[in-house]
Ligand binder design. Structure first.
Ligand code: BES
Ligand code: ZN
Length: 443
């Protein structure tokens, strides 16, 4: 095994699950491993405490005549359940069929470490980097980066930069280098509907008392019309319409046809807002999704019960120029208006993040495809992303710098799912990409 893959395996063995407090020690140990790696490369490295998981910052010695590039990544990962669906244990990385299989292999340890190892290689080969470099790695991305924006505000001098690079997004198809110039934002909440004081016998009381599970179903269906449009008042007011040139450009992007979406999702059919392709629906249109639903009897067989309550977890993916706070107010007004009679509703607001949209034709925006081309020996494509990285818009607002999204995640990488994987080929390309990128951004 190459020393690079050995490093990746060591990094992947930490179960750095940020959402689960039982893994707080593992998250910290993982940050410690990074500190050691970066210090060993000769960078000035520090661990920064937050209210929860630490941030890692590493820099070379800055020189006033060079541009400053900040590379962001996250070393925390998503939970692993359902564990029984993993072919091999999630924190025991293994190579099969040219891919590394482990939680975090793509999202985001593999992509992030490629940047670290690219820098290590350049330092070994050339003794120096062409730019002033800042590595900023956090352990809370998967829980909405609650402590990172305050950290940016408190460390403006430390983090001052000309441009930011992130590899934590998608690549449309193997071998097709992909530059993202947009991300969706997000707003989350959890709704609970409460009915009777306790679960009731559904024969004695069913028909006379409102059923919270039925009421919740009605509330959920009130969110969309038959055409897949969202029925929340004002929801589309600030949506920036898709540009003709984007639709034209995206229609030629490989790997994202409706047929590709069917294949990669294993879904029996596609569904979404009428008048848009799957790529357009996910990259440039907002959504209302149920992420979880519950209430009533969940055990084996049947139980004739009328549940006392039912809940659903919602997330709304947002596009430029929707504002998460404003959307959440509209969502709550919608729920209040459409809550069926006979139940009470509470809505707990969760984390959020703003959408992001940059100009792909800016000077840095044009440098990135040159680096992608050099690393992959193929013509790059330009896309927006359906996923969210909430800190990216905060980078622009707080640090005043735009972010280049250099994605290495394939659509079958199974990020957030069992059997997450990352092709060794992408890992190696990521190392080359880092080297080419710093060269191009220095120009
Ligand atoms: N790396 C993903 C986001 C991503 C993946 C963007 C693929 C584009 C393509 C990131 O780690 C992630 O999962 N983000 C969360 C953010 C949320 C928890 C606030 C998301 O999008 O659900
Ligand atoms: Zn993720």
């Amino acid at each position: 095994m190459t020393p690079e893959l050995q490093d990746l395996f060591a990094f992947l063995r930490f179960p750095s699950i940020s959402t689960d407090s039982r893994n707080a020690g593992d998250v910290r140990a993982c940050a410690g491993w990074l500190i050691e790696k970066l210090t060993g490369m000769g960078l000035e490295t520090s661990l920064r405490e937050t209210e929860r998981h630490p941030i890692v910052v590493a820099k070379n010695t800055p020189r006033p005549d060079r541009k400053t590039v900040l590379i962001y990544g996250h070393y925390d990962v998503q939970p692993v359940d359902p564990l029984n669906l993993w072919t091999t244990p999630p924190f025991e990385p293994e190579i099969r069929g040219g891919k590394v299989w482990a939680r975090g292999s793509t999202d985001n340890k593999g992509q992030m470490l490629a940047h670290v190892l690219g820098v290590e290689k350049t330092l070994k080969e050339k003794g120096d980097l062409p730019v002033n470099l800042i590595f900023l790695f956090e352990g809370e991305e998967e829980i909405g980066s609650p402590n990172l924006a305050p950290f940016l505000r408190a460390n403006l001098d430390l983090l001052k930069c000309d441009v930011i690079a992130v590899s934590d997004t998608g690549m449309v198809a193997p071998g097709v280098p992909t530059l993202g110039y947009g991300l969706r934002g997000i707003s989350c909440c959890e709704v609970t509907l409460r009915g009777p004081a306790r679960d009731l016998h559904s024969g004695l009381f069913g028909g006379a008392v409102a059923n919270p599970a039925t009421a919740l179903s009605r509330l959920i269906t009130s969110l969309h019309d038959e055409e897949g449009r969202i029925l929340i008042d004002g929801f589309y007011d600030d949506v920036k319409p898709l540009e003709d040139w984007e639709r034209e450009m995206w229609s030629k992007v490989p790997g994202v046809s409706d047929a590709d979406f069917l294949k990669v999702t294993g879904s029996p059919g596609l569904h979404g807002e009428a008048g848009y392709t799957s790529a357009e629906r996910t990259w440039a249109r907002p959504t209302a999704e149920v992420n979880g639903i519950g209430g009533g009897y969940q055990g084996e067989g049947s139980k004739t019960v009328l549940p006392a309550e039912a809940f659903a977890k919602f997330s709304f993916r947002l596009v430029p120029n929707q504002d998460p706070g404003k959307i959440m107010e509209q969502v709550q007004a919608h729920f209040d208006k459409h809550c069926p009679p006979g139940v009470t509703l509470t809505c707990e607001v969760g984390h959020d993040g703003k959408p992001y949209h940059a100009d792909p034709k800016s000077a840095f925006g044009l440098a990135a495809p040159r680096a992608l081309k050099a690393a992959f020996h193929a013509e790059p494509v330009l896309i927006r992303e359906g996923g969210s990285i909430p800190i990216v818009q905060a980078f622009r607002e707080i640090l005043g710098a735009d972010t280049l999204l250099l994605g290495l995640a394939l659509s079958d990488a199974q990020i957030h799912s069992p059997d997450e994987n990352f092709p060794v080929e992408n890992f190696e390309a990521g190392i080359r990409l880092n080297q080419a990128l710093l060269e191009e951004l220095a120009k």
